[in-house]
Design a protein around this ligand. Structure first.
Ligand code: KIV
Length: 267
């Protein structure tokens, strides 16, 4: 593993060499330093902070100001990991709003990539952001910001029509210029197929072991809130002496292809 700072080009090269990409959510400078020490490649400033830091039931209340604040904290701590920051709920409601929001995450927060949830409706926005030099991570499958429309946090892509839509959106996002794709809570076979089809790296969460990389929510993989972590996560701190050991064990397990195991792959 190289000590050089990670870029989107590094990730593309890792995919082409078949090296798995390790990603974790991160919300502050101390953890950003720890993720670097453990060799995590991507620090995702996820709007999951609304749930694990702020105590909300969903990510919907998270504001752009809050995302900028946490992204700046992470950027100050990290030296190697690539900083990916979430565009929060409706921050890309229009392409113009998306540009303004991405500008804040990058200029004030120091984000190197912005992540946005959604498929076909986001294509024009992704194209515009990419044309203007903004690296984009698309997010398909379960879209937590749409929880009220979905009626809960449910696995996606389990029937033919919805699997086809995700397949189609994934390819369209790549064609629109996205540099990365997160696939959340989709069946392993679908995620594996999409990872093999796309040339851009695909990072899975609750999507089985066939993706180019994995991401987990930091608090879930440290067992911070027992009983609340999803079944596809693993408590890496259990039986280990420190948080650094736990995060290093996660990074090693992802790189070896030992995480997620079958028991952590519901579909
Ligand atoms: O907000 C977040 O932490 C995320 C991950 C679950 C992928 O989007």
């Amino acid at each position: 593993m190289s000590a050089l700072p990670i870029s989107v080009a590094t990730l593309a090269a890792m995919k082409s060499r078949g090296e798995r990409i390790v990603c974790l959510t991160c919300y502050d400078a101390g953890f950003a330093r720890l993720l670097d020490a453990a060799g995590v490649d991507l620090a995702l400033v996820g709007d999951s902070l609304g749930m694990v830091l702020q105590g909300h039931d969903t990510t919907v209340p998270v504001t752009l100001d809050q995302m900028v604040y946490h992204t700046a904290c992470v950027s100050r701590g990290r030296e190697r990991a690539l900083v990916v920051a979430d565009l929060p709920f409706l921050a890309c409601g229009t392409p113009v709003r998306a540009l303004e929001s991405a500008a804040r995450l990058m200029q004030e927060g120091g984000a190197q990539v912005v992540k946005l949830e959604g498929g076909a409706t986001m294509l024009e926005t992704v194209r515009r952001l990419c044309d203007l030099g903004v690296p984009v991570c698309a997010h398909l499958g379960l879209l937590p910001q749409s929880v009220h429309r979905l009626g809960g946090y449910r696995f996606q892509g389990r029937d033919h029509a919805s699997a086809d839509a995700i397949r189609h959106d994934a390819l369209a996002m790549q064609e629109a210029g996205a540099s990365l794709l997160v696939l959340e809570c989709v069946p392993e076979a679908l995620a594996t197929e999409i990872s093999r089809t796309l040339t851009i790296p695909v990072i899975g969460i609750g999507a089985g072991a066939g993706c180019d990389g994995q991401v987990l929510v930091l608090h879930d993989m440290l067992g911070i809130d027992p009983g609340r972590a999803p079944g596809f996560s693993r408590d890496f701190l259990a039986g280990r002496g420190s948080i650094l050991e736990a995060v290093t064990a996660y990074a090693d397990a992802v790189r070896r292809g030992d995480f997620p195991a079958a028991a952590e792959t519901p579909y």
